[in-house]
Ligand binder design. Structure first.
Ligand code: 2AM
Ligand code: CA
Ligand code: CA
Ligand code: CA
Length: 280
């Protein structure tokens, strides 16, 4: 795809991310919880659905032939193909949103030939807009309108790293134990663990040098697609939890400031959790 076409899509994504941010902020006070998905800790609100619909409807007006994958409208028959595809999480950090903890975002990714080539992530409470086009750097636009390049910060080893990780939303006992064994292993080998509740914003924090690495078992393609473009353009290393090539649909994710740090984390993960097809 030509750069011009990507840049056109990027400006639409930025416009829609800001519009989505307004909806998120506006609806924070009047939350309507509509469902629990795979467990009592897996929440969805009317705002998740409304934001996704608004974004998809607007994109469809300009790009009727592009494909879509979105968290709230995804179903098992959705195929991720070589076609131009928008991959969207309308609210990443829904649990924070429900609890009024101001740490969530909209994440808009775009793939062509199954390669992530555009990512826009907007944190409305802080008015931070992260964006990247493959091959053209990762940027942060601040509330004063200034846009700066962002970059990961070098970190010599896990023993000097501050790591962010999530426990996910499953609550069955077998999964719980695996999650904690891994957290424990990384916690004692590093400066510490943070858990902030938004995979996409975790990626932005590492990409801008505020944290050194992020790992999670269980994230879906919409949690990481936009973030992966920002991560790579910020000079970081993404891989799966064994240190091997990242599968965007594999639900096993590491992003670190360097390949060496990513490998160190992979080596310390004591349980490689498996996700069967269709498993939530
Ligand atoms: P969400 O807020 O859009 O649901 C916290 O675990 C982070 O991981 C959030 O970004 C959350 O996205 C995402 N997430 C959602 N479902 C998950 C799952 N089953 N396992 C792991 N992470 C999940
Ligand atoms: Ca969710
Ligand atoms: Ca998400
Ligand atoms: Ca979501």
């Amino acid at each position: 795809m030509e750069l011009k076409q990507l840049l056109e899509r990027q400006s639409l994504a930025i416009k829609l991310a800001r519009k989505a941010g307004e909806l998120i902020i506006k609806s924070s006070g009047e939350l309507i919880l509509v469902d629990e998905k795979c467990s009592f800790a897996d929440l969805v609100t009317e705002s998740d659905k409304a934001v996704e619909k608004m974004v998809f409807d607007e994109i469809k007006k300009q790009y009727p032939n592009d494909k879509f994958i979105g968290e709230e409208s995804a179903n098992d028959t959705d195929e991720w193909s070589d076609d131009p595809t928008w991959i969207i999480d309308p609210i990443d950090g829904t649990t924070n949103f429900v609890h009024n903890f101001p740490f969530c975002c909209i994440s808009i990714g775009f793939t062509y030939k199954r390669i992530p080539c555009l990512g826009v992530i907007y944190h409305p409470h802080l008015d931070h807009l992260y964006s990247a086009v493959k091959g053209h750097g990762a940027k942060l636009t601040k509330p004063n309108g200034e846009t700066i390049d962002i970059r990961v910060r070098p970190c010599p080893s896990l023993s000097k790293a501050l790591v962010v990780a999530e426990i996910g939303s499953q609550r069955d006992e077998a999964k719980r134990e695996c999650v904690f064994r891994n957290l424990e292993s990384i916690a004692w080998a590093s400066h510490g663990i943070r858990s902030l509740g938004s995979a996409a914003l975790n990626i932005c924090a590492v990409a801008s040098g505020q944290l050194d690495a992020f790992f999670e078992f269980g994230p879906y393609i919409w949690d990481i697609c936009a973030g992966v473009v920002i991560a790579m353009e910020a000079g970081g290393h993404v891989c799966d939890t064994t240190g091997g090539k990242l599968d965007l649909q594999g639900r096993r994710f590491i992003f670190a400031s360097s390949e060496k740090l990513a490998k160190e984390i992979a080596d310390k993960l004591v349980v490689q959790m498996e996700f069967k097809n269709g498993e939530k």
